[in-house]
Design a protein around this ligand. Structure first.
Ligand SMILES: [Zn+2]
Ligand SMILES: [Zn+2]
Length: 270
């Protein structure tokens, strides 16, 4: 039986977001309903609202969440009712060419729930990144649930589902940072500080953090940055070069998403 819950949606491009009642169906085979505990606010939700991702309105927003599994469909073996889980964008198949190579981040055959959450009038919702967690409950493919310990901080661990994975993945998978390399990260929000943590995990020895906010730069140092550049008062490219022997960094990660900072990232490379 469908359950009625409160959720945050956007009905049309740049329309104001609204809290409305939605219908969450019972999970189909391989699916799970998750009662949401916490959900981060990620810039991608704003992109959905502004029409930058697609035109499949209405969108059910939210995608960086922690919750408790409350219902499972047939054949679900990876989680059980009562499990605390974080949600991830896609359930990887484990069998395609990318998965077989150990590169599940490039899986060709990821799954989302196929049953549809709807408005009360039956209008189908498009869940942001296949999740839609600005809601009391959401429906996902069971493989999108990753079990976590019950006693971890739900608000903190949920960040693994988007910002942390994006930043660490940028450093380790996309940037392929190696031991001893120098890395610069432009933009020290959630993704940027995760990229700094990823660079540190990968063994980078010089990690230059660039931002215009001193508080963010202080956090960047806590996460592993060895040098910081405040690009409000200093040139970002010159600052990065000054900390890398004048050459520029081996890997530069741009975590702002603006043409100006992308150009800086290009010119700050060795
Ligand atoms: Zn996100
Ligand atoms: Zn796959």
């Amino acid at each position: 039986m469908s359950q009625k819950v409160q959720a945050v949606i956007v009905r049309a491009k740049d329309a104001p977001v609204e809290t409305v009642t939605i219908m969450v169906p019972d999970p189909g085979p391989g699916e799970a309903v998750v009662d949401i505990l916490t959900c981060g606010v990620c810039h991608t939700d704003l992109h959905y609202k502004l029409g930058g991702i697609g035109n499949d309105y209405p969108y059910l927003l939210g995608h960086e969440a922690t919750g408790v599994v409350s219902k499972i469909g047939d054949g679900v073996a990876n989680v059980a009712v009562g499990d605390h889980v974080i949600l991830n964008w896609r359930a990887v198949c484990g069998q395609c060419r990318a998965c077989a190579k150990g590169q599940a981040q490039y899986c060709f055959n990821t799954a989302n729930a196929t049953r549809k959450m709807t408005l009360e009038d039956g209008t189908e919702l498009s869940p942001a990144l296949g999740i839609g967690a600005f809601a009391e409950k959401t429906l996902v493919a069971a493989g999108q649930c990753t079990k976590v310990d019950e006693d971890v901080d739900a608000a903190a661990v949920g960040l693994l589902g988007c910002g942390v994975m994006a930043g660490i993945g940028a450093a380790i998978n996309t940037g392929e940072v190696k031991r001893g390399e120098s890395v610069a990260v432009i933009g020290c929000g959630g993704v940027g500080i995760a990229a700094i943590a990823g660079a540190k995990l990968a063994g980078a020895t010089t990690i230059v953090a660039v931002d215009i906010d001193e508080d963010k730069l202080a956090m960047a140092r806590k996460m592993g940055a060895t040098h910081t550049v405040n690009s409000k008062t200093n040139d970002a490219v010159e600052g990065i070069k000054s900390h890398t022997g004048g050459f520029g960094a081996d890997v530069v990660i741009e975590a702002v998403g603006r043409p100006e900072t992308y150009k800086q990232a290009f010119y700050a490379r060795d």
